[in-house]
Design a protein around this ligand. Sequence first.
Ligand SMILES: Cc1ncc(COP(=O)(O)O)c(C=O)c1O
Length: 290
Amino acid sequence: MPGIVWLNGDLSPLETATTSVADHAHLYGDGVFEGIRIYHHKIFKLDEHLERLYHGVAYLGFKMTLGSKELRATILEVCKLADVDTGYIRLNVTRGTGLGVDPKGIPSIPNVMVMVSTLNLFPSEAYEHGVSAVISPIRVIPADSLDPRVKCIGRYASSILAKHLANRQGAGDAIMLNHQGYVAEGTAMNLFIVKDRVLGTPLPASGILEGITRNTVIVLAREAGYKVVEEFLTPFDVISADECFFTGTAAEVMPMTSLEGRDINLGAVGQVTQDIMSRFKAHTNTGTPF
Ligand SMILES: Cc1ncc(COP(=O)(O)O)c(C=O)c1O
């Protein structure tokens, strides 16, 4: 996995980049991150990712020393140095360096990392045949504990537990429910269903990360004439859907063709899903050049 890393102003190869062991995200998960795709030598949805990152920092209650414009320029610069046509940017911001949970003990100097590398979440066959999923007994962390719209590093322990469970059951991913039993999302992906050519997806109030790919797909689908409804969905809605797919920066648009061992669309990728996949692919050309 080649790559380069910019960490607090210093550049190094990915293999040798290091951060302090007392970094507050390393100790407690206290920070936010973004995964961003590079397609066709352009950064996809850069401003949307930056906006979500800065909102997350404000929610966690610390201040960035680097302004959004400066960070944007840094990301473009690091991408230029990496000179990749297709790639994956990992942007991490942590509260800073120091021991102890109490934020008072942390000097107000966040650690900022921009990593440019590559990422293939699923094998290419998965995009042709879809992935299977199970319903996770591990639920999403409720909004009154940690707002799911904040892409907080520490939050991912529950996603990892759910993914570990999916792995043990031989499934491609796990669908996580909220505490009312409504469908929230995959372990690091949003979920869509298709019923009678109408797209349905959980409301933000279902406990989801409001995915940038999700929002892009909603816009692209509506432009293409599909009706898209944000709603509370139950596992029954998913199992009885005509088609299902996941969305995410890393996963892109990934068909889901079976749930808990029951086939969806006879186990094949549906027509609407294929249409959305090709519209999304065409849209990946719209990023910010570097
Ligand atoms: C929990 C969770 N939900 C949804 C998504 C999809 O969000 P996006 O499309 O912004 O990548 C992610 C992405 O990592 C995620 O971690």
